[in-house]
Write a protein that binds this ligand. Sequence first.
Ligand code: MN
Ligand code: MN
Length: 308
Amino acid sequence: MMELYKKPGKIVSKVRGMAIDKVKENLKVCDLVEFVEEEIKKLGGEPAFPCNISINEITAHYTSPFNDESHLNLGDLVKIDLGAHVDGYIADSAVTVLVGGDELGSDTLFSEVEVDFQLKLIETAQEALENAISIIKDGVELEKIGEVVEDIVTGENLNPVSNLTGHSMDRWILHSGLSIPNVKGENKHKIREGDVLAIEPFVTNGVGRVTDMKEAYIFRFLRDRPLRMVQARKLLDNIKQNYKNLPFAERWVQKSFKGHQFNLTMNQLISSRALYPYHVLKEKSDARVAQAEHTVIVETDGCQIITE
Ligand code: MN
Ligand code: MN
């Protein structure tokens, strides 16, 4: 069990470190996501989902669309969320970085208070993650994990994002049924030895809820549908074959799309519910959000962090 997850775990951990080192002012977001996805492949894995780069109040599910011109600015709070799989065995991890880092405080544009506050968001997410992981073992109820996260976060006068959760994973399945809460609430389900879990607290000084934006750049194959357009049929077959049920980036398929009217074809697949769109999520009150995430395997007396 552990053996199968070792390689994707190491890949994610290594690429996460390289991505952190790359973050700097003016870096194009598309260059960062492509760097992450390419490095995963170089190390012998495949992206388990498109690299997500979610900035400031954007909380999750942003990846570069085709020809993305956006770039990182000094003072941006950047969440890097990446996943790799080897033969369907998935490792998922995220980290938050402040562009400019500690040195921002000496920049006249940024007050020290502002910088310290962002670093506190990052540290609190990390601390909530570590504390949640520390209680994980066979038999622990899901509600205990949410309680630990909420207590740590509210103890810093911040809020966890209540409508985003961690998740269990299975081979080829990124979200395999269990949701791992980041807030208190009744959930007596007990985690079991061998469960593979992504633990991912999100921390904000806003209301602590995310809302859908209209944009979606990440999709997932849902089901076969009768399709009249030949191009739609072909595109759906390619998607199924290349990504199975794992999320993929619109830019991945757009690059290899042969034929006209890519958007029309995608829209048909979405409206016929052959594809599921992951809308970009932002914090409801437009407050900044930090995230930290690791994948763990539950054991009798604790857990193994595979993305450490
Ligand atoms: Mn993730
Ligand atoms: Mn995850």
